[in-house]
Ligand binder design. Structure first.
Ligand SMILES: [Zn+2]
Length: 283
């Protein structure tokens, strides 16, 4: 499932192919994904210029010159493929249509962007740009982890008196938006905090220390995604999935990477999701 760094990488890749460019034709090949598509979606996209591509949490927001914004969520398995850009950023031939190509954007610069999603947990919606923040999916979101509203006193206040594990508090999108399972595991490893520790029992200093660590973990992953964008001229034109090494996530049974620590990475399940942590240095 794509997390914030993957979505940011998709946004950056789409920006290269779409920003400032008119959508000459939009193909909408089915009535819905997770939810029904908005009424007349193909007509509302066709002939519109993409002014700007933004990201809020794990949503990509495409501002159009019609005054509407297209919201895109990749869901569990959504992929964006870019092909045929004459500017040389993307030199891939247009692929043959595939079964799960649900939405295709044909751009005036000859780029083609294909949204393929076998499991159809993805979503698209159209809204007025001026009131985009009030969209039901966006209005409930807490601060962006890389934005100015996410800071030490915000997190300390959010942790205060919380009886739930630190892991679930960090996954709560109202407290910080866009953080998912992988990067919470990584941040807790770096902060040496055990994932089951009750949030309210962690000292203010340690909670404050999580803020720069969360930013650092995400920034490093976004940087890895940026490298993948530079490489993908040679790859298949698919945006957003890249090789990135983790310290804890997916390393069950492996020795801890922290220098001087002789612990081992263990996996437990919390609220149905895997947590990976070091048995020795995370307290
Ligand atoms: Zn360790």
């Amino acid at each position: 499932m794509p997390e914030l760094p993957e979505v940011e990488t998709v946004r950056r890749g789409l920006t290269l192919a779409m920003e400032g460019v008119v959508i000459t034709q939009a193909d909408v090949n089915r009535p819905d994904l997770r939810w029904p598509f908005p009424v007349d979606m193909a007509a509302r996209l066709t002939g519109k210029r993409v002014e700007r591509l933004r990201r809020r949490s794990k949503y990509i927001l495409m501002d159009l010159d019609s005054g509407e914004t297209l919201l895109v969520h990749l869901g569990m398995s959504g992929r964006m493929l870019v092909s045929g850009d004459p500017l040389g950023q993307f030199v891939h031939r247009h692929p043959a249509p595939e079964k799960h190509d649900h939405v295709v954007f044909h751009m005036a610069n000859n780029a083609r962007i294909t949204f393929n999603d076998p499991r159809r947990f993805g979503a698209m919606d159209l809204m007025e740009t001026a009131s985009a923040d009030a969209h039901k999916l966006l209005a409930v979101l807490g601060p962006e982890p890389l934005g100015n509203d996410f800071h030490e006193s915000h997190l300390i206040a959010a942790f205060k008196n919380k009886n739930s594990p630190v892991k679930s508090v960090l996954l709560d999108q109202r407290i910080v938006s866009g953080l998912g399972n992988i990067y919470v595991c990584e941040a807790l490893f770096r902060a040496k905090i055990h994932p089951t520790r009750k949030a309210g029992k962690i000292s203010g200093a340690r909670v404050a220390g999580l803020v720069p660590i969360i930013r650092e973990v995400l920034a490093e992953a976004i940087e890895a995604g940026g490298s993948s964008l530079r490489d993908f001229r040679q790859a298949d034109g698919e945006l957003g999935y890249f090789q990135h090494s983790f310290d804890a996530y997916g390393r069950e049974g492996d020795p801890c990477k922290r220098s001087g620590c002789t612990g081992q990475i263990r996996r437990i399940v919390q609220s149905g999701r895997s947590s990976f942590y070091c048995t020795q240095c995370q307290r």
